[in-house]
Design a protein around this ligand. Structure first.
Ligand code: GLA
Length: 731
């Protein structure tokens, strides 16, 4: 899949579907030639590059007025030699100089996917991927840079990361290191970003590229709900099912920057990496640094196809093999049922009811530990509150298991309340500059996870519980942003490393839990979807998508999330009405029909349910269990956007195209409105499908669609918040 043409000095990575191509220039720097639909072998550099003399540009060589870094599309741009766009790398020497002059030295083709040191990353079996490693060197400062490109055989994916080694006598500082960068030929693209806030995560926003910088990022210490570490560049005419699009997704959970810079000649430089504003890393002699991984994807067949590349990659090459094989349990979480107000007895009653409904796993949320009776106290004391739970977590888990249910608990390992034993004993464990006051978020402070002993202390408490009690699931929460970023244990010249070291500490902890308790399923959470990223998915195959469980809000949130993440990653629960976040009252049918398109579970008090609702829930759970593999392993398609229309829809199709499930959601009802239909995609046009009591050819469903008014009931008086799930089965 990877070829090097020594004569043309061109690298060509291709899997027959996509091509990625790089050229070694005469100054031994790398030009970006191409990323897109597959090209044949034997391409020539001058088909892709045009060098010309332009006034005001600065030339690399005194006697070659045409050769300017400013006019060349680059692969790993540096600052200070004539390219005035933002660079991938910025290295500071002891002298204060930030100049580098990196040159191609050698390359290697590796017959597998390279795994990153201490960090989450995609993996692949030997035949599934090939990696190109290009070594660049700056001999003046003894700096070595290794660029890694993995191309996957059956996926339109290139995975990239960078390693740096200081071979110098003096120490160096990395002031900036982007994991990936490439220059697109033109700027006729729209940038899609997935932005929002607490309980309004990953809403789709689209803007036309224009000259200058456009970027999203986070400096909050987590990837954040404000902007997801995913951007898509699409042609203006690209739709869900047609046209070109590029995706860039960051396998990282901390501060990030995703940026497009359009220059004077309309070249669009796209880059992604750790946010340089909160990053500075000291490299002593012989020390190495590894950047997190960026996933790049290309599709010529529209946004659904682009998303499916990412879904398939994250399902098959990122989340642990165990969770690819094992079905996810259908859970009931007690948070919205009880909040902090529960006893062992009330929990057992809830669990009994849950079991009768067909639930697999009971999850005990916040409030079971230390003196935790509200959100002012207890964080950090990860041992049972015996007043609430006289038999502890062990006793409770046994009782829950006896009911035939699995058992899970909530943790927030990275945080501490001042009102806790942990803080009393270790007040210096927190993040913050001791010469200044700390800010509070949800009454809590952040533990300094950049420190090994802090991670170890919390891990020991958690491991004790996981060893003593039978715990099948952990909800790993993180409920505040990081402020006063300062580590009491880092030297002054290493304070710039704090944020990255913090996230490495989180990864180390999660990696240890995965290693020592591999059977424990982790669902990550950060006040809902505040840290929904591929980095977390590596350790925790599902993420609580949003604290907002309202069905109408969730259609938008899950729709936006689906651009980068598969349904099996999206925690989705049916909750009570009036909804606790927005007060809306959609029917149980609609709440369920939205939650189906995710991991599926419940977050309500089953004690208060009517007999009718209980019966419906039993049927709904059994329906989900029947089709769970289709939801979690099938191809997902967005059909009509809830950001654009009152009636929206999506569907999932089994890989063999024999079964499909389509969800339709109408927010408000209206009399005498135009007739509505939904066009399906991804079916086999030559097959006949049964939908309810009807039969349709795949071609009819895809070319005309399903007429929805037939399902709106007699005279369309079904009210607001209507939903319908169609199950299609081929003959
Ligand atoms: C966060 C989570 C919720 C719940 C609470 C408990 O807000 O997002 O789901 O677990 O914490 O305090």
């Amino acid at each position: 899949m990877i070829n090097y043409d020594a004569q043309e000095k061109i690298f060509h990575l291709s899997n027959g579907e996509i091509s990625y191509s790089i050229k070694v220039l005469k100054n031994k720097k790398l030009a970006h030639l191409y990323f897109g639909k597959a090209l044949p072998e034997g391409i020539r550099g001058n088909h892709f590059m045009h060098l010309e003399k332009t006034s005001l540009t600065v030339n690399y060589y005194k006697d070659d007025a045409k050769f300017s870094m400013q006019n060349i599309r680059q692969e790993f741009p540096e600052y200070g030699r004539g390219d005035f766009r933002e660079p991938s790398i910025l290295i500071e020497r002891e002298s204060g100089s930030q100049l580098t002059d990196l040159k191609y030295c050698r390359h290697q083709i590796i017959e597998k996917k390279v795994i990153l040191d201490q960090m989450p990353c995609t993996f692949a079996s030997e035949k599934e991927a090939q990696t190109l490693k290009i070594t660049l060197e700056d001999k003046v400062i003894g700096l070595k840079v290794f660029l890694f490109y993995t191309i996957f055989k059956n996926k339109n994916i290139i995975a990239r990361h960078v390693e740096i080694e200081n071979g110098n006598k003096e120490k160096l500082f990395i002031n900036r290191l982007m994991s990936a960068s490439f220059d697109l030929f033109d700027d006729n693209y729209e940038m899609m970003q997935f932005s929002g806030s607490w309980s309004r995560e990953r809403h789709v926003e689209v803007r036309k590229l224009s000259k200058g910088h456009q970027s999203v990022g986070s400096i909050k210490g987590c990837s954040s709900a404000e902007h997801n570490p995913l951007i898509i560049l699409k042609r203006p005419e690209t739709t869900e099912d047609n046209g070109e699009a590029y995706g860039m997704s960051f396998v990282y959970s901390g501060n990030f920057l995703a940026q497009v810079e359009v220059d004077a000649r309309s070249v669009a430089r796209v880059m992604m990496g750790v946010h340089p504003m909160t990053f500075k890393w000291k490299l002593d002699r012989k020390e190495k640094f590894t950047s997190p991984e960026v996933i790049m994807s290309y599709s010529a067949k529209g946004l659904n196809h682009l998303s499916q590349q990412l879904h398939n990659l994250y399902r098959e090459n990122l989340i642990a093999k165990r969770w690819q094989r094992q079905k996810r349990p259908i859970l009931l979480n007690n948070w919205e049922a009880t909040y902090f107000d529960f006893t062992e007895e009330s929990i057992i009653t809830i669990a009994k009811e849950a079991k009768a409904l067909g639930i697999d796993l009971f999850v005990l949320d916040d409030g079971w530990f230390g003196k935790r009776n509200n959100d002012q106290e207890g964080l950090g004391d990860w041992y049972p509150n015996f007043e609430k739970l006289p038999n502890g977590i062990k006793g409770l888990s046994e009782k829950i298991n006896m009911l035939g249910l699995k058992f899970g608990v909530w943790f927030e390992p990275e945080m501490v309340n001042v009102a806790s034993e942990l803080f009393k004993e270790n007040p210096d464990y927190i993040v913050g500059d001791p010469s200044r006051a700390n800010s509070y978020g949800r009454n809590q402070l952040v533990l300094d996870f950049s420190r090994e002993e802090v991670v170890e202390k919390i891990y020991t408490m958690m491991a004790k519980l996981l060893t003593e009690a039978k715990i099948d699931y952990i909800k790993w929460d993180m409920n505040r942003f990081i402020t006063e970023p300062f580590s009491r244990k880092l030297s002054s010249d290493r304070q710039g490393e704090f944020f990255h070291r913090y996230i490495l500490g989180v990864y180390r902890f999660l990696g240890k839990v995965n290693k020592n308790f591999p059977e424990v399923l982790i669902e990550s959470c950060a006040s809902g979807g505040n840290r929904f990223d591929p980095g977390m998915l590596f350790y925790a195959p599902q993420t609580w998508t949003s604290d907002n469980t309202d069905a109408v809000s969730r259609v938008k949130i899950q729709y936006g999330t689906s651009y980068g993440y598969p349904l099996s990653a999206m925690g989705s629960h049916v909750s009570a009405i009036p909804n606790h976040q927005v007060g809306r009252k959609p029917p149980l049918r609609t709440r369920t029909d939205v939650a189906y398109f995710g991991t599926f579970g419940y977050e309500l008090d089953p004690r208060g349910l009517s007999l009718e609702d209980k019966k419906q829930i039993q049927e709904d759970i059994s329906m989900f269990k029947t089709y769970q593999n289709i939801f979690h392993k099938g191809d997902f398609y967005r059909l009509i956007s809830p950001f654009e229309k009152n009636t929206s829809g999506w569907m999932v199709v089994s890989k063999d195209q024999k079964t499909a499930i389509c969800g339709v959601y109408r927010v408000l009802n209206e009399a005498s409105s135009p007739l509505e239909k939904i066009k399906l995609v991804g079916l086999n046009p030559t097959q006949t499908y049964h939908v309810n009591d009807d039969r349709y050819s795949g071609m009819v469903l895809m070319n005309f669609g399903l007429l929805l008014n037939d399902y709106y009931g007699e005279n369309n008086v079904v009210g607001d918040y209507y939903s319908k799930v169609f199950i299609l089965k081929s003959e």
